[in-house]
Design a protein around this ligand. Structure first.
Ligand code: ATP
Ligand code: MG
Ligand code: MG
Length: 348
């Protein structure tokens, strides 16, 4: 069989490896740190992304390279790309790595986002707050996840402290969107350009971290088709191959794109219980050049993340009806750490 290389060995890599093995593929994980995916993958390379020899050996052992982690250094990607195909492609990764290039790309496609301005100094921040108005959210352009690297600005007095908290990092100020709800579309595109989207899920965050995803989302039929069509537009524009998570704000003025993630997405975990082919298999199919599978939703599902000490509820959850427990093998719980998730069928 062929071997799929995965950059990043977290829980997403772990679940990708399981899906790949069901289709007869082996996975080789490349991960500088601790790798929950290592327990289930065929092979793991534990080496820094700067280690050229390890990168070459990794590329030599795989047929195609994908990733579950977006911040792989450019130098590593340049080398890997010269050796084996990387799917999704570099452009999709580069755009989503930087909130300013991401928003510019989306706006150029004719899609709405929060109003935004680039911020590289306290003076920029003052000017941006004046023009966008407050409240607003200051975010580092790069490396943020789970709400890290973000500060909400409620009034102008908070500007100096907010800027200081960013340690001089390049930032973006986003107008605060008074959304009705948050939804996401998990979309897939195959090598031959077909697109399939999972039914949008409705997301609830707490402390910047995804708490639950519920399907079906509360959307009108028009909003549902808008969401799917705009996701397809994004994947086609990028000549994308693989699964992407598209996070949306639902507002009275239509759908705004919050951000895109060029990989399987936490808000797509419900597909493991609600669809014949889940997001992980869909991604493997796409990057391996297989046709996309049937991702129609046949159940209503609530996905709940097990964050930190939530994992102490596992003994009870294992006994609960209609509930599938997924654990990532991460060891000791820490606050804010994603330890696992549960998918509960609410109507089949
Ligand atoms: P992720 O873990 O999804 O990558 P992240 O750290 O990249 O998260 P965002 O998705 O930008 O962060 O923001 C996290 C959450 O904060 C959003 O899902 C939303 O609830 C809220 N949020 C972010 N930007 C805005 C905005 N401009 N207006 C209102 N709420 C926002
Ligand atoms: Mg993000
Ligand atoms: Mg997000």
């Amino acid at each position: 069989g062929s071997t799929i290389g995965i950059l990043g060995g977290g829980q997403l890599g772990r679940m990708l490896s399981v899906a790949a093995s069901r289709l007869g593929y082996r996975c080789h994980i490349y991960e500088p740190g601790a790798a929950p995916a290592g327990d289930v993958a065929y092979k793991v390379t534990t080496a820094p992304y700067e280690d050229e020899a390890s990168l070459r050996a990794f590329a030599a052992s795989v047929d195609v390279i994908t990733y579950e982690f977006e911040n792989v250094p450019t130098s590593a990607l340049d080398l890997l790309e010269s050796l084996k195909p990387i799917r999704p492609n570099r452009r999709a990764l580069a755009i989503s790595q930087d909130r300013i290039s991401e928003k510019s790309f989306l706006n150029d496609l004719g899609l709405q986002t929060a109003p935004w301005a680039a911020v590289n100094s306290e003076a920029d921040l003052k000017a941006a707050a004046d023009s966008l108005g407050l409240p607003a959210i200051l975010k580092t352009t790069r490396l943020g996840y789970d709400g890290k690297g973000q500060v909400k600005l409620d009034d102008a007095a908070a500007i100096p402290a907010a800027w200081a908290a960013m340690n001089g990092a390049a930032c973006i100020l986003e107008g605060f969107v008074a959304f009705d709800r948050e939804v996401s579309v998990i979309a897939a595109r195959s090598l031959d350009g077909s697109v399939a989207c999972f039914d949008p899920g409705e997301n609830v965050h707490r402390d910047g971290i995804l708490r639950t995803t519920t399907v079906p989302a509360h959307l009108t039929p028009a909003q549902r088709s808008d969401a799917i069509l705009l996701a397809a537009r994004i994947l086609n524009a990028l000549d994308y191959v693989g699964v992407m998570g598209v996070e949306l704000f639902v507002t009275p003025r239509g759908l705004l794109v919050n951000e895109i993630a060029p990989r399987v997405h936490n808000s797509g975990h419900w597909t493991q219980a609600g669809c014949t082919v889940d997001q992980f298999e869909q991604h493997i199919r796409a990057v391996a050049g297989l046709p996309l599978g049937d991702g129609n939703r046949y159940a209503d599902v609530v996905m709940e993340n097990l964050i930190g000490d939530d994992v102490l509820r596992v003994p009870e959850l294992l006994k609960a009806r209609d509930t599938a427990v997924h654990l990532y093998g991460k060891g000791a719980p820490r606050p804010g750490r994603k330890m696992g998730h549960v998918n509960r069928i609410t109507r089949g």
